[in-house]
Design a protein around this ligand. Sequence first.
Ligand SMILES: C[S@@+](CC[C@H](N)C(=O)[O-])C[C@H]1O[C@@H](n2cnc3c(N)ncnc32)[C@H](O)[C@@H]1O
Length: 300
Amino acid sequence: MGMMKKSIRKLLYWFGYEVQKISKYSADHLAGKKRPVPVATPPPLGPVWPLPRQTRGLTDDEIRKEFVKFDMWHYTYAFEGGISFPVRHIKPDRLIDDPKRHAQRFRHFMPWLLDAQNGSFKGKRVLDIACNSGYWSIQCALLGAEVVGFDARPELIRQADLIKSIVGLTNVKFTVLDIKEMNPRSLNGTFDVVLNMGFLFHVSNPLETLQLSKAMSHKHLLLDTAVSTSKNPVFELRWEEPQDTWTACRAGIVVYPSRRAVEMMLMHCQVTDWLEIPVRSREIPPDYLNHRHASWLITV
Ligand SMILES: C[S@@+](CC[C@H](N)C(=O)[O-])C[C@H]1O[C@@H](n2cnc3c(N)ncnc32)[C@H](O)[C@@H]1O
C-alpha cells in the first residue's frame, strides 16, 4: 500500500502536482495536542488585468512618458486600451523577470486570502509591507479594500502613485517607510490583513520582522517568502547588495529560513494558526514548484 502511494505521488509529481494534506496547523498541533483541521480549497481567482484606467486620466503618451522616467520596473504593467510595459531590472533574471510570475503568484495565494475574508475585501483594511510599485496594493484596492502600502525606496512609491493615478483609485495610500519604522502609530492603527510578501528573505532579522508584522494585524497575515530547502529548522545566511529595486535596500546579511524554521518562528510569535498554501498546479513560478519559495496564511 505504502509503495503504491509512493508511486502515485511520484507520478503526480512528474506531471507537476504535489500531494499535500490540506490542513490547518497550530502551535498546539505542532506540539502534538491537536489534529489538523481539514480546510476546503477556495475557488480560483485571478488578478484584475489589464488594469482599468480612470476616464479623462493620463493619455497613452503621457503614461509612456511617465514610465520611461524610471530605469527599473519590478512588474510588467498592462492597462486598458492595449498599452503595456515590460519588467526592467539591472541584471536580467529569468525567474524574477518572467511576465507571468506575479499573476501566477496571485492565483496561488489570493484565493485563500480572499476566502479567509468570507469572499470579500470590502471594508477591510490591508497593509502591504514592502509594496514596491504597488502591484498587490492596487489589486486589493480593486477588490474593495482600504489599502496602505509602504516601501523604503522613494522611487518605488513614486511608481506606485503613478499606477494609482492611472487607475484612478482613492482607496489606496502609499508612503515611504523603512520596516524599522513600521508600527501601529506610524500607520494609523492595525489592519485586518497584512501582506508580508517577497520580503522576509531580504532582512537580517526575520523573527523580529514577523513579530512586527503580527503586531500590525488584528486578523490575518499572508507570509510569502523564499526559503532554504533544508528539512531542518535552519536559517541560511546570504549576502545581498542593494543593486536592484527588488533587493534589500542596504548591503548586508539576509536570511533564508527553512519551512520548519518559518513554522517554529510562527510558534514563537504565538499566532493562533496557519496554513501553508498548497501548490495546486504547474502554472506557478518554478521556485514555488521546487520548494524554494512558500506561502502561509496565518491567523494572528
Ligand atoms: C522582492 S520585492 C517584493 C515586492 C512585493 N512585496 C512582492 O511580493 O511582489 C522586495 C521589496 O522590499 C523593499 N525593501 C527592502 N528593504 C526594505 C526595508 N528595510 N523596508 C521597507 N522595504 C524594503 C524593496 O524596496 C522591494 O520593493
